[in-house]
Design a protein around this ligand. Structure first.
Ligand code: 9MR
Length: 387
């Protein structure tokens, strides 16, 4: 069990020229100051213990959704079977996303049969505990059902098949979900539509780009009260990709195609993208007048693959990074356009990042023992300061 105790950062000496007074000429003072700054830097690098976490509830006092993605259904790490996960979800979060069980293959395993059991259990768990639900996801190129991939028919048949999927699912959950990711990852990083190739889209290939607006129209008519999002990764870093999404949303607005916001997944790392880029990317959607939702936040801390455990120093860096990202959101997105912030998992052991690379990582707010990490404090501090 990690013992989170205060780091004693003994910053001795003076920090400015004026405070130091003059012990000689200007050059000497300057050199002394440089030495002092170097000393302070070295002392700060000697972080040997985890800083304390005093957060009682991350969501407390926040008037937009603070969400978390959870494994559910039959997954070994299902929240339905885990008291640790349930306790943290209820205590700190106000919204849940299903990490996998509300995807196309899970809800619609055969052409003429839908399976809502696991999702209904999760939605009931959320509402019984006062949490809202964000639906993830109606149309995506990945985790499609195998019958969809082998579906044969002309464009009209494909449209009907996709619209039936969206309509049946959105109707089933109507009134019970706060919002939906209607379409996920339809663009490539260069701003072109995802089409052919290994990670191509069967929807684009068989229907063309109009599959996107058709999905939004079907979702709105099935559940008029749910907020409808277009969701994608790298939107906080790739100008070309976000510009394509913004152009699409502007076009939708001009033609009265329903869209309420853009979901920024934000699977990011400790040093990329920069906070100024993240802010200017958020700003583009703010300027359009629709909502910005961070839908899948996690922060990789070992992209250099140099660490083999979460040290107090890495944890402190992550705390600052969570603080900076959440601050960037709150200072850029006005209250009326905040769709919320969702973290993509509770415990580091559940993160999809684990196992993706050869090196270990700790991208989330709670460690493998379900203990709060300094990152939780970083996020809470930003929420308290800028909300
Ligand atoms: O976290 C999800 C992981 O458990 C699945 O194996 C993976 C399969 O594609 O999907 C992960 O979630 C993804 C989400 O649905 C869409 N954006 C990217 C997420 C991380 O890959």
């Amino acid at each position: 069990m990690i013992n989170y105790r205060i780091i004693a950062l003994v910053l001795s000496g003076c920090l400015s020229l004026t405070a130091c007074g003059s012990g000689g000429g200007h050059q000497v003072d300057k050199a002394k100051l440089q030495d002092k700054q170097e000393d302070n830097k070295n002392q700060q690098e000697e972080i040997t213990e985890f800083t304390p976490v005093t957060v009682t509830s991350l969501k407390e006092g926040v008037d937009f959704p603070i969400g978390v993605a959870v494994p559910a259904g039959n997954y070994g790490s299902s929240i339905m079977l885990s008291e640790d996960r349930q306790n943290l979800a209820i205590k700190h979060f106000s919204q849940l996303s299903a990490e996998n069980i509300m995807k196309m293959d899970a809800l619609h395993p055969a052409q003429d049969s839908f399976n809502f059991t696991d999702a209904d259990n999760l939605v009931n768990f959320a509402s019984n505990n006062g949490l809202s639900m964000h639906g993830h996801v109606l149309v995506w190129h990945s985790q499609t059902a195998s019958w969809m991939r082998s579906f044969s028919g002309d464009k009209q048949a494909w449209i009907e098949m996709m619209e039936n999927h969206v309509t049946t699912i959105a109707t089933h959950f109507a009134g019970r979900l706060k919002s939906w990711d209607v379409v996920n990852e339809a663009f490539l990083d260069d701003g072109n539509y995802r089409s052919t190739g290994e990670s191509g889209s069967i929807w684009y290939q068989n229907i063309g780009a109009e599959f996107i607006e058709r999905a939004f129209i079907a979702a709105r008519s099935a559940d008029p009260d749910a907020e409808l999002y277009y969701n994608d990764y790298n939107l906080s870093s790739s100008a070309a990709k976000l510009d394509a999404v913004v152009n699409m949303a502007a076009d939708f607005k001009s033609r009265n195609i329903p869209i309420d916001g853009v979901g920024f997944q934000m699977h990011i790392s400790d040093n990329y993208p920069s906070i100024s880029t993240i802010k200017s990317q958020f700003q583009k959607v703010v300027d359009l007048g629709i909502k910005v939702k961070i839908t899948e936040l996690d922060i990789r801390m070992n992209s250099a693959e140099t660490a083999d455990e979460l040290t107090p120093k890495i944890a402190e860096k992550q705390k600052k990074r969570y603080y900076d990202v959440v601050s960037a959101y709150l200072t850029t997105v006005p209250a009326s356009q905040r769709g919320g912030i969702t973290v993509w998992g509770i415990s580091d052991i559940d993160s999809w990042i684990i196992g993706l690379y050869d090196s270990p990582d700790w991208p989330l707010l709670f460690n493998a023992q379900f203990e709060a990490k300094p990152a939780l404090q970083g996020m809470a501090d930003a929420l308290a300061e800028f909300k």
